[in-house]
Design a protein around this ligand. Sequence first.
Ligand code: HEC
Ligand code: HEC
Ligand code: HEC
Ligand code: HEC
Ligand code: HEC
Ligand code: HEC
Ligand code: HEC
Length: 406
Amino acid sequence: MRKRKYTRFAIVFLIPLAFVISQCFDKNKAADPRGAAYAGSASCLKCHKNVEQNYLHSAHYLTSRAAASNTMHGSFVKDSNQVILNDSLKIVMEKHGDSLYQAGYIHNKLNKKRPFDITFGSNRGETFLSWVGNEVHQLPVTYYISLHQWANSPGYSTDSANFSRVLSARCFECHSSFIKSISAENGSPDQLDKSSLILGIDCERCHGPAAEHVDFQTKNPDVKEAKYIVKISTLSRVRRMDLCSVCHAGNSNVMTKSTFDFKPGDTLANFTSGEKFHRAQDVTKMDVHGNQVKLLTSSLCYMESNIECTTCHSLHDTKVKTVQTYSQYCTNCHSEAKHNFCKMAAQIGPAITSNCIDCHMPLKASNAIVIVGGKQTAPPFLARMHRIAVYPEETEKVREWFKAAK
Ligand code: HEC
Ligand code: HEC
Ligand code: HEC
Ligand code: HEC
Ligand code: HEC
Ligand code: HEC
Ligand code: HEC
């Protein structure tokens, strides 16, 4: 299901990309809104074809995109295209020609209607943004892919159809490659320059500005070694963790500078007034959603070994992994031979190696994403706990599961 959808994404995105690439090698290409130090993702394709082809299917690339019904999971078909908030109020997802709208109805009378302009989220939820002048407003209804339903956007109440929640550049710092704030010019904090927006998390968002690298490698095709690009593999673990922390250490940190300026190798704490991104003060209060860095760094595995995000996640390989594949990363470090294996091993038997995850990294409900579905009830939004530890209540469930599977 998911695979099929992505193949369709690929068709939709590859054609425009081919066009962009052909434009890109044109001498008169439009300047990158981030400045001349940036080359733009399309220019990497020539030499990094394999990386780029995987990247087009990645959650990072797809996390923000122009809203279009063929890259959306929610239905616009009558009756499955609405959220009934209460007896008098409903929101309907409507398609008129090529244009998509969310429309609020009070007692079946149209009250407000706004277009879908941008989709945020690719894997588990899609929320939608609409331009109103220089402001971006979040639309009231989100599609929860894992729950297969349209429902209230997180934090929205069920007694009004709110079309005017203004989003700041902060959302874009984690869900896109760039947007320019024009706040300084008119005093309002949330005025954004639409023409500067670079959708998706592109190569240079993670690798830093690379125009000089492209220029050098193009002029020196015989040089097989990379020049003028940060070598992430040579950074210390803490600096590599900082790169992921830009977006995966929660949203409660008070930033003093835009993280659009962050480059690999930078110290993220310098973008704040002294925030700590590693180790949560109180992990029991930490939400499982989007806090992977703080949770992982609070695990004994992190404190006692060199484990990091890329131990389990390869950024340029989008092959779908199962709990079994993930468990192999655990058994690389934990085994009978190393005398640090699971104490449950004797009880469960050899099958234990097929699933370390559900006991030690269980799925947990997010408290940050609570869906008040109006007349529809919604199951909780689940995320993978990244604090690797012993969870007695999960152990019981998984033990039963192993017994049944025998
Ligand atoms: C003209 C060819 C060329 C272009 C265009 C190019 N690169 Fe490279 N790049 C290379 C070569 C050659 C290497 C070294 C061999 C390798 O690692 O593949 C390299 C290596 C890299 C590395 C690995 C560095 C390391 O050792 O860890 C990164 C990251 C990278 N390039 C990013 C980019 C990005 C981002 C772009 C587009 C903005 C880009 N490259 C465009 C030729 C190119
Ligand atoms: C600029 C922000 C940003 C940076 C930097 C970033 N991520 Fe992400 N990442 C995201 C967002 C946003 C999502 C959710 C994408 C979605 O589903 O829409 C995501 C999703 C993911 C996923 C889930 C992928 C999937 O297929 O479901 C993994 C794993 C991940 N990131 C790992 C990393 C690692 C490891 C690093 C550091 C090397 C990193 N990310 C750096 C923003 C970022
Ligand atoms: C979400 C962050 C992120 C994005 C987006 C991203 N990369 Fe990477 N890339 C990394 C990290 C982290 C590594 C180091 C891999 C590791 O240590 O496992 C890496 C490694 C590489 C390497 C060297 C090793 C390899 O795996 O081939 C190249 C070349 C590269 N990236 C090119 C690109 C290009 C080209 C793009 C855009 C099409 C891109 N990257 C997009 C984070 C990213
Ligand atoms: C500090 C970085 C950060 C900020 C700021 C941020 N997000 Fe996210 N967001 C993430 C990450 C990381 C994920 C994936 C998290 C996960 O799966 O645990 C995510 C997930 C999502 C998803 C679900 C995507 C999916 O498929 O899992 C949506 C929708 C979303 N964010 C919308 C927003 C909106 C709207 C804003 C602004 C109000 C915002 N985000 C601000 C980092 C951020
Ligand atoms: C890079 C090596 C490494 C990887 C990968 C790794 N661990 Fe660990 N883990 C350790 C080390 C070292 C400790 C410290 C105790 C010890 O030596 O056994 C530890 C501790 C633990 C503990 C005890 C936690 C506590 O709070 O008492 C559990 C449980 C655990 N690991 C499970 C796992 C599971 C499950 C995975 C895979 C999801 C995993 N580990 C992946 C190295 C690793
Ligand atoms: C020991 C292995 C391991 C390590 C280390 C690890 N993850 Fe994960 N991660 C997982 C597993 C397992 C899943 C669940 C995948 C699935 O269900 O398909 C996951 C899922 C995710 C997701 C998708 C959201 C979700 O809740 O399913 C994101 C985002 C993510 N990881 C980011 C990170 C980041 C950032 C780091 C580093 C701080 C990291 N991970 C370190 C194993 C790991
Ligand atoms: C059915 C649930 C379950 C599964 C599956 C499971 N564990 Fe455990 N694990 C536990 C529990 C419970 C404990 C604590 C037992 C105790 O302290 O008596 C534990 C303890 C551990 C410890 C700490 C041992 C110590 O010396 O303190 C490690 C390491 C560990 N498990 C790793 C793994 C790995 C690796 C896998 C997969 C091969 C795995 N576990 C599979 C439930 C599970």
